[in-house]
Structures are given as C-alpha cells and as structure tokens.
Design a protein around this ligand. Structure first.
Ligand SMILES: [Zn+2]
Length: 325
C-alpha cells in the first residue's frame, strides 16, 4: 500500500471513529426505548385480543431465539426479548430491571455457547440453553485469554433445528396439555429449515469462489456446513474500533483472493466496509446479516429469520460468483 493510500485510510478512520461514537450515543437510549415500547405495545395488543386465554410468558435472550419461540409457540405464548431486537448482542449488559423482568417469565430461553455471559444473573428455575446437544467449536482468537465457543449456531439451518427441538421440549415441559400443538409447529418449522438447507446447497453448488469477507466471524458453522472459507474485517465481535492497519490488511487480502464484494451487516456502520471496497477493483458492499437483531425497517416490514437467510444467500451468490439457474 502506498503512503498516500495509507494517509487516506487514516483520515477516513478518524472521521469514522468520531461518527461511530456519535452514533453509539444517539442510538443507546432513544432507540432502545422505542423498541421496548414497540414490544410492549405488541404484547398489550395480544393480551387484549386473547384476554381469556392464559398464555405462557417466555423471555428469549435475543432476536433469533425469539423468532424460533414464535414459530413453535405461536399463539400459545407471549414472547419478548431481553436484548431489544435492534441492538447487537455481543458485549450487551442487561440492566437490573431487565433481569427482574426476565425472572417473572414462565421460561427463559437463551442461545448459549457463551454468547450471553450474564445469563447466570437471572434467578429462575425454568431456564433453557438452546445450544444443548449441538456440536460446538472453539473460536480461533489469539487475543482472548481463555478458550471461547463459537456462538453463531442459528446461522446454520441444521444446528438451528436442534435449537428448535430444545425450545419445543421446553414449551411441552411447562405446558404439557398443548404438547401436540408445539410438536406440530416445530415439525413444520424444521421442514422449512430443511428446505432452506437444500436451497443453500443447490445455490452454492456451482460458484467460482469459496472465500468471502464477512464483517465479523458470525459464519463459522455456516461456512463449515457449506464448504466455504470465512474471513472477516472485525474478528469474533462486531463491536469496537477498526484500526487503519486492519483495513489495509483486509484490502490486500481481498485483492489477493480476487474478491470484489465486501460484506457489512445490518446493525453496524457500513463505512469501514466501504473504505475497503473503494480500494479494490470493482469493489462493492453488500449485507451479510448475522441475524443477531433486525433493524426498525425490517421490523416494520415483518421480516423474519427465513427471509433474512435467503437475502444472505442471494448476496453470497453474488460475492462467490455463483451460477444462477
Ligand atoms: Zn456475532
């Protein structure tokens, strides 16, 4: 990299850092409040509609678990998330109020694999680790003091099936009279996940590349499942600053691998991905969502997990130069 390019990246980095700080400030309180209000309004509306029917109260730790609980529990459950759905979950710290609210639930369901390090602070008998029975791998991060597991299970449709089965079993345990209902719903959603898995295999079967650069390492299980090679701008978490040196490394990685698509995420500032894309031939930025939460726009449009997975597939097919049939 030339001195001039390095200088441009340094200047952009300083701008980006200050923008990110401002953004973090402006989103932390107002957006969280707005999202909580939306969730409360939704559950109030449900309570009004189904006033005579007592529903099981479920607190899911974050968005994908919430989605899976909705699919299995449907109108027998009143589900909310502890981490607001527009907030990225890595390094999230719950407030005392959020912990206390979770303790009033009939069941608390979390992803596990170390993603929710605060989970033991919730004092409740009915708490379910959705990752039970999945085959976890360790993260490959030399900066971490201790070995950590890769938490992004939900992005592999086959591992997601295990999470759905754990959720089904938890609902049957607290509400056995509706066991057939939960069993049928889980079966139906697992069929959707199998269809998605087959669609991914077929779509990625004739691509000229198998390397991709994600924003953070959310696609380890996905890449293993479908024979791809994941690289990332940010490492194990999307949080924190990206140094100019790292941007320069990713630019030369993309050039060496002949990649023109750099992936960003829906809940992060896309500017570091854009800086990289500007420095590589025909560079462009697309979204590869870790589905750790969804934006307000997606919430308004009623976007769900399966839709986001198919959007990811479409964008991956562009980056990997896959043949479309
Ligand atoms: Zn992540």
């Amino acid at each position: 990299m030339s001195f001039r390019n390095m200088h441009i990246i340094s200047v952009l980095f300083i701008c980006l850092t200050s923008v990110l700080i401002t953004k973090a400030y402006s989103t932390s309180s107002n957006d969280t409040e707005a999202e909580n209000i939306t969730m409360n309004e939704r559950s109030n509306a449900q309570n009004l509609t189904f006033n005579n029917e007592s529903k099981i109260k479920i607190v899911a730790s974050f968005y994908p678990i919430y989605e899976f609980v909705k699919k299995v529990g449907a109108d027998k459950v009143d589900v909310s998330t502890l981490i607001p759905v527009g907030i990225e979950p890595h390094d999230f710290e719950p407030t005392i109020q959020q912990i206390q609210d979770a303790e009033t639930a009939d069941v608390v369901i979390f992803n596990g694999a170390g993603l929710e390090e605060w989970i033991n602070r919730i004092n409740t008998k009915q708490i379910v680790d959705a990752s039970n029975g999945t085959k976890l791998v360790l993260t490959n991060n030399p900066n971490e003091q201790r070995a950590n597991y890769e938490p992004h299970i939900w992005l592999d449709p086959i591992m997601a099936e295990i999470e759905v089965k754990n959720i089904r079993d938890a609902l049957i345990r607290v509400d056995p009279k509706n066991s057939q209902y939960y069993t049928d719903n889980a079966e139906s959603f697992i069929r959707d996940l199998s269809t998605l898995d087959r669609q991914i295999r077929t779509s990625l079967s004739s691509c000229s590349k198998d390397d991709f650069i994600a924003f953070h390492n959310a696609f380890t299980y996905f890449a293993d499942r479908y024979g791809l090679k994941q690289h990332s701008i940010k490492g194990p978490s999307p949080e924190g600053e990206i140094l100019p040196q790292r941007l320069a490394e990713v630019i030369s990685l993309a050039k060496n691998l002949g990649l023109s698509i750099i992936y960003s995420e829906d809940l992060v500032d896309p500017r570091s991905a854009e800086i990289i894309a500007q420095e590589i031939p025909n560079g462009r930025v697309l979204v590869l969502s870790p589905i750790e939460g969804i934006s307000k726009q997606d919430q308004k449009e009623g976007t769900d997990y399966l839709y986001k997975m198919r959007q990811n597939l479409k964008n991956l097919m562009e980056g990997l130069d896959c043949k479309t049939n």
